[in-house]
Design a protein around this ligand. Structure first.
Ligand code: NAP
Length: 519
């Protein structure tokens, strides 16, 4: 079958007639293959999407922030016209409940509008003006003006665990389009139908706002085949990814080994350590256990910010553990996103349970059904923890490891942790002030540090940092949530001695956009 070319942009897939190799969404739990079936994009289709993106870049990147903002807002509005379709298909493909899918769709539209506001206001480009000084001694000073400009076409990989907010029109796409970069999306095999609905909404928005052809395309066929081809393609200038450490590091290798290496912004694995000090236990151990359990099991633990590692002072916290054990045992298994994630959860929890010195504190007394993940908590001494690197790994799902040691041992262990998206500290205010070096140690390992709270529930706003040292991300200088995400897809350019009329509006003497500049 031929690939439909939809006016302004492109969807690289075919609905299969059943005679060619193809993939379908698989309903979690039942294993039922959902119609329609989708064909892998051919090498010609990949080439077509890349050629369109290359052609779109000069025009799209030179549209004003106001016009690009109109495109982002139109995407949000078009998505809002198909929310019910997204929710219906999303439940079948991912087993996520309706409120979650509605909430995630609202977040997706909110993110698009947040970036629209940012680029309409315009000062994010960090315009700097240094005027010439011909009289300067010993040598005259040249006129230099600089600002951030888009990198070029960006490859975006959809995330299995965020079918909306980190997929076709999610945060990576929104920030790249906001920056002025065309986007080529690689759909995730877990939710191809949702991808199709959202991609169609983006393409309608592109047509309505008269965007250049090729500003957005979506390709089917997975990351290993089609995604690798897109990352290797010379037109691609950056990559946004959320998924496994193996997938993210494979893409980093591909990008680094290109003739022209390009940046990969991969969000991978994080266990989000939670450190509990005695002052927090004194406030109420049972309430703390309840709040922790809520964070651990939210969304069947399938969040990058899931708290998978806890440091609890040895000899304290008995009531916390007793309450947590009761909650875990009574906790019901939940349907996981796909069979791969479910199997990986079963394997990782089994490996933790069998590791030296690890004890199973509690498991749900209800057996997990097909496709389900059941809550589990393990404990280990700090020496066994530090002696086994594998215990720093991710159990992607509702499971956590509690490490017991003295407060001094806990503080000494923090610098040995891998990089994390978040670190949480539960303590009294006086403990917080008294343990400044612990706070700094946590800060050095994570992108967001939380006081007396839990890491799940990521606020989408200007100040959010959702990034962190490797392996939580491939580049700890960046964030994938919040408006600072736009900086991933830009580079600074300086113009020397350019006449005013030849400069972009942001750098012209009269400041026609009225934006804040460094002068
Ligand atoms: P994944 O296996 O990394 O897949 C995500 C995307 O990356 C898919 O499109 C996949 O394509 C692609 N990919 C995987 N390996 C690749 C490679 N070597 N080269 C190019 N592309 C590649 O992640 P997942 O399917 O979402 O979940 C699997 C595991 O990842 C989970 O069990 C969990 O441990 C982890 N995960 C972590 C987070 C987090 O935020 N920390 C989020 C989601 C998942 P294919 O379909 O071709 O494989």
């Amino acid at each position: 079958m031929t690939t439909p070319l939809l006016g302004t942009s492109f969807i690289g897939y075919s609905r299969s007639n059943g005679t060619e190799p193809c993939g379908s969404a698989v309903q979690p739990g039942t294993g039922i293959k959902l119609e329609p079936r989708y064909l892998t994009a051919t090498p010609e289709e990949v080439e077509q999407a890349m050629a369109l993106a290359a052609t779109a870049f000069p025009r799209y990147s030179n549209l004003s922030g106001k016009i690009r903002a109109g495109f982002l807002r139109a995407i949000a509005s078009e998505i809002e016209t198909v929310v019910d379709d997204i929710v219906e298909r999303g439940q079948l493909e991912t087993a996520l409940p309706e409120p979650r899918l509605r909430g995630e769709t609202a977040r997706t539209c909110g993110q698009l509008r947040m970036f629209a506001n940012l680029i309409e206001e315009g000062s994010w480009v960090d315009a700097r003006i240094e005027r010439a000084d011909p009289e300067r001694k010993p040598i005259p000073k040249v006129d230099l003006r600089s600002m951030l400009r888009p990198l070029g076409p960006v490859a975006v990989f959809c995330a299995s665990n965020f079918p909306m907010a980190y997929s076709v029109a999610g945060g990576d796409t929104a920030s790249a389009l906001a920056a002025g970069c065309p986007v080529v999306v690689i759909a995730h095999a877990s939710h191809p139908g949702v991808a199709e609905i959202v991609a169609s909404a983006v393409i309608r928005a592109a047509q309505l706002t008269n965007m250049p052809e090729g500003v957005f395309s979506v390709l089917y066929g997975g990351g290993r085949k089609v995604g690798q081809a897109v990352v290797k393609h010379p037109v691609t200038q950056a990559v946004g990814f959320t998924g496994s450490r193996a997938g993210g590091t494979a893409l980093m290798d591909t990008a680094a080994n290109r003739k022209q290496p390009i940046p990969v912004y991969a969000e991978m694995s994080s266990v989000n350590p939670v450190v509990i000090l005695p002052g927090a236990l004194e406030r109420g151990e049972e309430a703390l256990a309840e709040a922790f359990f809520g964070s651990l099991t939210l969304g069947v633990g399938q969040f990058c910010t899931n708290p998978g590692l806890v440091f609890l002072p040895a000899g304290k916290g008995d009531a916390f553990l007793t309450k947590l054990k009761a909650l875990i045992e009574a906790g019901t298994p939940g349907m996981m996103l796909n069979a791969g994630i479910c199997n990986a959860f079963a394997e990782s929890t089994a490996a933790f349970a069998a590791a030296e010195g690890v004890e199973t504190l509690a498991r749900s007394v209800t057996d997990a059904g097909p496709g389900q993940g059941a809550p589990a908590v393990f404990t280990v001494s700090i020496s066994n923890f530090l002696g086994n690197e594998a215990l720093q790994g991710e159990m992607f799902g509702p499971a956590t490891l509690i490490v017991r040691g003295t407060v001094e041992e806990i503080e000494a262990a923090i610098p040995h942790l891998e990089g994390q998206l978040t670190a949480s500290l539960h303590a009294s205010e006086s403990e917080l002030l008294a343990h400044g070096s612990l706070v700094i140690a946590l800060q050095n390992r994570a992108g967001r540090i939380i006081f007396n709270g839990f890491p799940t529930g990521v606020e989408v706003c200007n100040s959010m940092v959702h990034g962190g040292p490797f392996p939580s991300t491939s580049d700890g200088r960046s964030t994938s949530v919040g408006t600072m995400a736009i900086f991933r897809f830009c580079r600074a350019i300086a113009w020397q001695n350019f006449p005013d009329a030849a400069l972009t509006a942001e750098l012209q003497e009269a400041n026609p956009l009225g934006i804040k500049r460094m002068e």
